[in-house]
Design a protein around this ligand. Structure first.
Ligand code: 13P
Length: 250
């Protein structure tokens, strides 16, 4: 069995300006001084991809988009294609984030189509799944996650083109996280699904935890079985905080 190399990914959401280059420069410096035993990724807004691509070259830092369209091109005002992300030096794209599922009504099927398009263009798709607070309270978590995985992951998914991110919706931006046991349970289920569906390769997929990951809780969360890294929102915006999370892999 191959143990996956962990990934710590920052999802900047709708935050950041050109002036945030300072934070990226600071992060590059921190990684240069003290390299980490994990891959590091930032997913800034689309406008910052090109300028950031010049800052990170050669420092083991990767760039990703926060979404892509499920078609390769066409009359889709305001959308961005996987190929355009590739053209802007991205190697990853987040698909199916709960904020996209909620506010843009993205279905599991659509998420799967987006991931398939990302694969076609040579991007690694970070496919997000996660239950709501209500679903957690009514004991539906494992069923919800199993259903999302089944329908949101295209059949061409392999460990090197797909990352699964478990982000309980109620833990996003709230400062609340599931217990170590609860995270271990869901990640165990995800691993079981991956090996059941993709065989031995299922062992090599990275499964990230996301939702209120901070420098203070990163080491504990990252030590849970089948947690192969983090998808970080708020705490990825400042180099010092993000670096504090990466610290879990030094
Ligand atoms: P927070 O780390 O701000 O809770 O956000 C998590 C998230 O949604 C990352 O995609």
């Amino acid at each position: 069995m191959t143990t996956p190399r962990p990934l710590v990914a920052g999802n900047w959401k709708m935050h950041g300006r050109y002036s945030s280059s300072e934070e990226v420069n600071a992060l590059v410096q921190m990684l240069r001084e003290r390299p980490a035993q994990c891959d590091v990724l930032i997913c800034p807004p689309f406008t910052l991809l090109m300028p950031f691509s010049n800052l990170i070259e050669g420092y083991g830092l990767s760039l990703g988009g926060q979404d892509c369209h499920h078609q390769s091109e066409g009359a889709h005002t305001g959308d961005i294609s996987a190929d355009m992300l590739k053209d802007a030096a991205c190697s990853y794209v987040i698909v199916g984030h709960s904020e996209r599922r909620k506010w843009h009504r993205e279905s599991d099927k659509r998420v799967s189509e987006k991931a398939a398009m990302a694969h076609k263009e040579g991007l690694c798709a970070i496919i997000c799944v996660g239950e709501s607070g209500k679903q957690r309270d009514s004991g539906e978590t494992l069923d919800v996650i199993a259903g999302q995985l089944k329908k949101s992951m295209p059949d061409d998914s392999v460990a090197h083109n797909t990352v699964v991110a478990y982000e309980p919706i109620w833990a996003i931006g709230t400062g609340r996280t599931p217990s170590v046991e609860e995270i271990g349970e869901v990640h165990g289920l995800i691993r079981k699904h991956l090996t059941g569906r993709f065989g031995l390769d299922g062992q090599s997929f990275r499964i990230l935890y996301g939702g209120s990951v901070k420098p203070e809780n990163a080491a504990e969360l990252m030590s849970i079985n089948n947690v192969d890294g983090a998808l970080v929102g708020g705490a990825s915006l400042k180099a010092a905080d993000f670096n504090g999370i990466i610290e879990a892999y030094r």
